[in-house]
Design a protein around this ligand. Structure first.
Ligand SMILES: *[C@@H]1O[C@H](CO)[C@@H](O)[C@H](O)[C@H]1NC(C)=O
Ligand SMILES: *[C@@H]1O[C@H](CO)[C@@H](O)[C@H](O)[C@H]1NC(C)=O
Ligand SMILES: *[C@@H]1O[C@H](CO)[C@@H](O)[C@H](O)[C@H]1NC(C)=O
Ligand SMILES: *[C@@H]1O[C@H](CO)[C@@H](O)[C@H](O)[C@H]1NC(C)=O
Length: 863
């Protein structure tokens, strides 16, 4: 099976012939081999291993069978990420140590399914047969990615020249289909091509002709061939993104009916020629050869080491290069560019996701809190959104179009010709059930616009019409929920019934009912109708029910500025019921606010489950947060152990994400205006969620100076409260204070401290100027100073950035999240003269009272 006498890759081509078919040459070859072995042994004994003979296992002969079993295959290596290779043919690297090609079995973690694949592994030619565990193997070709095999599957190079992969139960999984074509052996070449060759060393079959998702230098994609991405890096099932070579160039699509085009590099040419078009990957360029004209080149960085190019599940074609210094693979180029930016990749934000400067959101109805879409995964916005109600062709009458202005779509190839104005465009989509969205691009006047339709909606982009010189809107088809329409019908019946019985009662019992009672009753019904239950909206509870579930408001969890919070149980679920005291708001205003709060849903925001508005009672039902509010933990109110650094970091990240969502991801910008540890609640696993949107006021995206009455809590108030120039940046300031408190383990204003350190922010200013920030880190913490000092200091710098006096110099919350994720670093030139304004405020108020000002709105979350 192995040919240990092929000494260098350059000589390999002379070694292919199967020696068993030339018995006359056997003796000299064996003799030569014998001499060589002696020479190797001699060298090995007198010289260090560096000069040892290069191994070569790059070829294999007919009638060989390999079993996928670590014990049976000698080149079996497990890697630190959990993947493993069991190589069958293996090339020695060009340099002593380095990346080289091998073919054999491969598994990605958890390593229970195997591919027969070509991969690049880091090998050590001096050691001969071992591969070191540096460098995770990179699969560049595989035979069976749609159908992985198990342990003990077999690969056989049959006597008649067929390469056959069978699973452990003997079922045929894949074959090269080359039987009977006088194959003499199999080789992995030094360019990573797995080749079956015949007696005359002519290629009969090669992996380069059957590309999967990767191109190697020297490899060509011929007209008709496709690169097709894997779904994810660990799951090798085929994805819907592919790249195809067509007669007029290179194109990339996402599969759908019909396919949607997201990238094209077309080359104009005379249609007369017959040469097939091909795309070749060489050192420095990806060249598109069309009809023997000059190739059209996409230039690439020059290779300084081994490279490969892979089409990935997100639609990007990335060029990777082995970095000897970093001993890892790095992306050196994003080969295909889409217009105007990366948002024009179909998977930029997943299905139905809207991409704005790389940020993903779900489509929302403007001027309404109604939502038709929800994120597939709250924590990963780029995975896209799914409709709350799937579109059904049986109920086309409840189809509607959700309008998104200034939105466009990557694929504009499916034009509906007879719809040149907006209304025709929309109508044509509503009439055709397989249309899922239309995009309308405005023309110069009313009837020369262009209408594009799609049968499946991938990522949308927001556009800036001024920059692109065109206006475009998208209309997404949504299905009104059948339950909603059904319940409307039911409601109509109910109203009808109620009216009839009311009349009957009036007729039958005229004397009993007083005019006053009647009026009350009608009012009650009216208001019930005002508030139609919406899907995903908070549930309306009766007062009686809430009294029952809180055992007559017996277990008090806490008391806030607006009322008390009680523990309760609804069904199996533990809840926190907040009873608002001295409710002045009318029912309508209250319902409107409930609707707003109920529509805001995020993993880092405390969820509103339901409410009650009966007579003068106003109650809110929230999800129960078992570990209470953050202040108790960071100020050691429970005499608890100090939180470890990791938990503190997670809490900070959670708060940042919750705020980022309120500020930037909701269609309507929401400022919280009262960020403080008391309003940050913790669940069982110390996940933090923001509570109390009571002080939130919707800030219109275009306006900043909306809030005129001072709100919030002393100690956390940004300096601009004095000047009334209020934007959501006040939350960034308060976030900075909270961050500081989490790290320092104390309140910002703590009158139990010695006079000079009552105000933490003053202390921060002094320590920052003297460059001894380490002094203010929580003394009770065991791991922050000893193990994470550098990270903690970085975190303090982030806090200082958030505490900048001038609101425009503070980062946005999305920037904060990026810093926390390590993608961006904190701005360098920070102003250390924090927040004199706070001293003013704290001098006016008694700093030890933390009740919110009476002007605040009455809605607030649990404490
Ligand atoms: C196309 O053909 C015409 C005439 O045969 C020739 O002049 C022209 O250069 C060709 N164009 C290309 C791009 O080859
Ligand atoms: C690629 O080309 C550059 C410039 O010609 C050369 O320096 C480099 O060594 C080449 N890389 C490889 C891997 O051949
Ligand atoms: C319906 O819409 C789909 C997707 O946009 C399109 O492919 C198809 O041609 C349309 N059918 C008709 C009859 O217009
Ligand atoms: C886009 O629409 C806006 C407002 O409707 C209009 O003022 C502007 O001129 C339009 N731009 C283009 C390029 O049509």
């Amino acid at each position: 099976m192995v040919r240990p006498f092929c000494r260098s890759p350059h000589q390999l081509h002379h070694c292919h012939a199967d020696i068993s078919s030339h018995p006359s040459t056997m003796l000299p070859a064996n003799f030569f081999f014998f001499i060589l072995v002696i020479v190797i042994i001699a060298l090995a004994t007198i010289a260090p291993p560096v000069s040892a003979e290069r191994y070569d296992y790059s070829t294999a002969n007919l009638s060989t069978r390999w079993v996928n079993n670590a014990a049976a295959l000698q080149h079996s290596v497990g890697y630190s990420d959990g993947s493993a290779v069991r190589a069958i043919v293996l090339r020695s690297p060009k340099t002593f140590y380095g990346p080289s090609y091998a073919a054999g079995f491969f598994c990605s973690p958890p390593c229970d399914a195997f591919l027969f694949a070509v991969y690049i592994v880091y090998t050590n030619s001096g050691a001969g047969i071992t591969m070191t565990t540096t460098g995770i193997p990179q699969v560049v070709w595989s035979a069976n990615r749609a159908r992985p095999v198990r342990e003990n599957a077999t690969l056989e190079l049959t006597y008649n020249g067929n390469l056959v992969l069978s699973d452990a139960d003997g079922s045929l999984v894949w074959s090269s289909g080359s039987s009977g074509r006088s194959v003499a052996g199999m080789e992995i070449t030094d360019t990573g091509n797995l080749v079956l060759f015949d007696q005359r060393n002519v290629t009969v079959w090669q992996s380069f002709d059957h590309p999967t998702d990767t191109l190697l230098p020297g490899q060509s994609l011929m007209e008709g061939m496709k690169l097709r991405a894997n779904s994810t890096t660990t799951n090798s099932t085929e994805n819907r993104v592919y790249m195809a070579v067509q007669p007029d160039g290179l194109f990339a699509y996402v599969e759908s009916t019909p396919p949607q085009l997201y990238y094209s590099h077309s080359v104009n040419t005379n249609k007369s020629g017959k040469d097939p078009t091909k795309v070749t990957f060489t050192n420095g360029s990806l060249s598109i050869f069309v009809q023997s004209t000059q190739p059209s080149n996409i230039s690439l960085p020059q290779a300084s080491s081994t490279q490969y190019m892979r089409l990935e599940f997100d639609g990007h074609l990335r060029l990777y290069e082995w970095s000897n210094t970093g001993a890892k693979w790095t992306v050196v180029s994003d080969v295909i560019k889409v217009f105007p930016d990366d948002c024009a990749f179909p998977m930029a934000c997943g299905k139905y996701g809207i991409c704005t400067g790389g940020q993903c959101t779900c489509p929302l109805q403007s001027n309404s809190s109604l939502s038709y879409f929800k994120p597939v995964d709250e924590r990963k916005a780029n995975l896209g959104c799914s409709p709350l109600t799937p579109i059904s062709c049986q109920e086309m009458r409840s189809h509607q179009l959700l309008a998104l202005t200034d939105a466009s779509y990557f694929d504009v190839s499916h034009t509906i010709l007879n719809a040149t104005n907006r209304d025709d465009c929309k109508q044509s989509c509503l009439k055709n059930c397989s249309c899922r969205a239309v995009m309308f691009r405005y023309g110069q006047n009313d009837s020369d616009g262009t209408c594009f339709s799609v049968s499946e909606v991938f990522s949308l982009q927001t556009i800036q019409p001024e920059a692109l010189h065109y206006n475009s809107s998208a209309y997404l088809k949504v299905q009104l929920s059948p339950s909603a329409s059904a319940s409307t019908a039911n409601k109509t019946k109910a109203i009808l019934g109620a009216t009839i019985s009311a009349i009957l009662i009036l007729v039958l019992a005229i004397t009993v009912i007083t005019l006053y009672v009647q009026r009350r009753k009608y009012q009650e019904i009216d208001e019930e109708i005002d508030f139609e239950p919406l899907p995903g909206m908070p549930v309306r509870f009766s007062y009686e029910k809430l009294r029952e579930c809180t055992k007559d408001f017996s277990k008090k969890l806490g008391e806030g500025g607006f009322g008390s919070v009680f523990e309760g149980e609804i069904g199996e679920e533990r809840v926190a019921v907040k009873r608002l005291e001295s409710a002045k708001q009318g029912k309508k205003e209250f319902l409107a606010e409930v609707e707003t709060i109920g529509s805001i849903e995020h993993i880092n925001l405390v969820r509103l489950i339901g409410f009650c508005a009966e007579k003068s009672n106003r109650l809110l039902v929230y999800e129960y947060m078992p570990r209470g509010s953050l202040d108790r933990w960071i100020y050691y109110r429970y005499n608890n152990d100090p939180l470890d650094w990791c938990t503190r970091c997670r809490i900070i990240m959670d708060i940042a994400k919750g705020l980022c969502y309120l500020h930037e991801e909701c269609r309507r910008k929401i400022a919280h205006l009262d960020i403080k540890p008391q309003n940050i609640l913790l669940d069982e696993k110390f996940n933090a969620k923001l509570a109390d949107f009571g002080l939130s006021k919707l800030i219109d995206r275009d306006q900043s100076k909306v809030v005129t009455v001072m709100r919030g809590t002393p100690g956390y108030l940004a300096p601009e409260w004095l000047t009334s120039q209020i934007t959501e940046k006040v939350d960034v300031y308060s976030f900075g204070v909270v961050l500081l408190e989490i790290i320092c383990g104390r309140k910002n204003i703590d009158i139990s401290q010695p006079e000079e350190s009552v105000q933490l922010i003053n202390l921060l200013r002094e320590k920052a100027k003297d460059n001894v920030l380490i002094d203010i880190i929580d003394k009770k913490s065991t791991d922050m100073v000893s193990h994470h000092q550098e990270e903690v200091i970085k975190m303090l710098k982030l806090a200082m950035w958030c505490l900048q006096n001038e609101s425009s110099r503070r980062p946005s919350m999305s920037m904060v999240v990026k810093v926390l994720e390590g993608a961006v670093s904190v701005e360098n030139c920070l102003d250390y003269s924090f927040a004199n304004a706070n001293s003013v405020i704290s001098a006016q108020d008694n700093p030890s009272t933390y009740s919110a000002p009476p002007s605040a709105s009455i809605l607030s979350g649990p404490r």
